[in-house]
Design a protein around this ligand. Structure first.
Ligand SMILES: [Zn+2]
Length: 411
């Protein structure tokens, strides 16, 4: 509930789902703009100072609920840190164990956590598991994925979270979670600036699936998770969907050129560094246009590699720092400094293929950007799409647990 006071502040009495004491947030008058009139606030689990209060309310259009932010956020903001209240093991092959394992774990939960578990959403279509405990786990658990040394993603466990498991899917996610294995906690980061009272959405799709055209994404979500996605990436007017799909098809074509090739082979496709950089910059533009923010890092890495393989120290260092700053925003400083590009941001000559193709004439990062203004037929509708304010899908359905990748890149 909200109590408004005479002096321009109001308190959100955040109802606890657990046995911890109820917390109170005192908000400034700035936060009074369009306060929600009817919602069930949720108490944040222990978070660092300065984290952002969230509340839960119904999403327009359907009966589902979503998580909303009370305050505006900036790209890279740490929204919440949360430990799982239930950790679920997977087999060596990454499959779910026998149902008895899940039943035993459930029986060992505290009464409070049982109450939270019992309140979880269940998938209800024909593909839903008849076992209610397994169904709730399948539709709400999140893989506790860790990135290994070679960049691949390893998943040996899943987790259920009191707050983060309530985040809805969006094909243009404005946030994403990252598992901090040593700390045994999930961290939710803002992928972009988010206005106050916008819904927080994360992708339940894998890295590659998120880049598919809308019809394929919707089909995957329907089959895998039992809901029809009506997020802002899937539910604009049909002409907007067509433009969006065309951008993703163009992006796929550009990505195919560098996928499964080392950087020397990739650079030799055009044998023209400016042309190569122009294509990469076009890829950045398409990703930003489609709001696939977490995928930008892959392209920043490629831009670094193109400069590095040509021995361009200033530009490669700048590109590596751009990549590093991006990773800091989507996974936090600690994990970002473990990425391979972090080392190159200090000394790009450490790159194994440094100067392999010889120096280029221009050492300017901006050159490829200046010459990339082709195919700009979609600028006029950009403003329209960006004005939708982040309100995403409405279903409470969750993806099958194994598929909730949150856009992790699996090499
Ligand atoms: Zn969607």
């Amino acid at each position: 509930m909200i109590d408004c006071s005479q002096d321009g502040t109001f308190e959100v009495h955040c109802q606890s789902f657990s046995s911890n004491p109820v917390q109170y947030f005192t908000l400034s008058s700035f936060d009074r703009v369009d306060p929600p009139t009817s919602f069930r606030a949720i108490r944040l689990l222990p978070t660092p100072a300065g984290s952002i209060p969230l509340y839960e309310k119904k999403v327009k259009g359907k009966g589902g609920r979503g998580l909303f932010t009370i305050r505006p956020m900036s790209k890279g903001d740490l929204i919440i840190i949360e430990k799982p209240y239930l950790v679920l093991p997977l087999t060596e092959d990454g499959e779910e164990p026998d149902n008895k394992v899940y039943h035993k774990l459930y029986l060992n939960l505290s009464l409070e956590h049982k109450r939270i578990f019992d309140g979880l959403y269940e998938r209800k279509d024909d593909l839903a598991d008849k076992d209610h405990i397994v169904n709730k786990i399948d539709t709400n658990a999140i893989p506790l994925a860790q990135t290994s040394q070679d960049g691949s993603v390893v998943m040996k466990k899943m987790g259920l979270f009191e707050v983060i498991s309530r985040v809805n899917h969006g094909c243009k996610p404005n946030a994403g979670w990252y598992w901090y294995g040593e700390e045994k906690e999930m961290r939710l980061y803002a992928y972009t600036d988010i206005p106050a009272h916008a819904e927080i959405t994360c992708s339940y799709l894998s890295y590659e699936q998120l880049l598919e055209p809308s019809s394929i994404r919707r089909s995957i979500l329907l089959d895998g998770f039992g809901f029809e996605c009506i997020c802002k990436g899937c539910n604009p007017s049909s002409i907007d969907i067509l433009k969006s799909d065309n951008r993703l098809i163009e992006l796929e074509s550009l990505r195919n050129e560098w996928s499964n090739k080392n950087i020397v082979e990739y650079c030799k496709i055009d044998d023209d560094v400016i042309k190569t950089l122009r294509k990469l910059n076009r890829s950045l533009k398409l990703l930003e246009r489609e709001e696939k923010f977490n995928q930008l890092g892959e392209v920043y890495e490629k831009i670094f590699e193109v400069y590095a393989v040509h021995g361009s120290s200033d530009s490669s260092r700048l590109a590596a720092n751009e990549a590093l700053n991006h990773f800091k925003a989507i996974m936090g400083e600690k994990e970002a400094t473990k990425t391979w590009v972090a080392r190159q941001s200090v000394d790009p000559t450490l790159y194994p293929l440094w100067n392999k193709l010889g120096m280029i004439h221009s050492d300017s990062v901006t050159e490829h950007q200046d010459e990339s203004e082709e195919n700009e037929d979609d600028d006029e509708d950009k403003e329209k799409d960006m004005g939708e304010g982040g309100i995403g899908k409405v279903h409470r359905s969750r993806v099958s647990a194994h598929s909730r990748f949150c856009g992790y890149r699996v090499k």
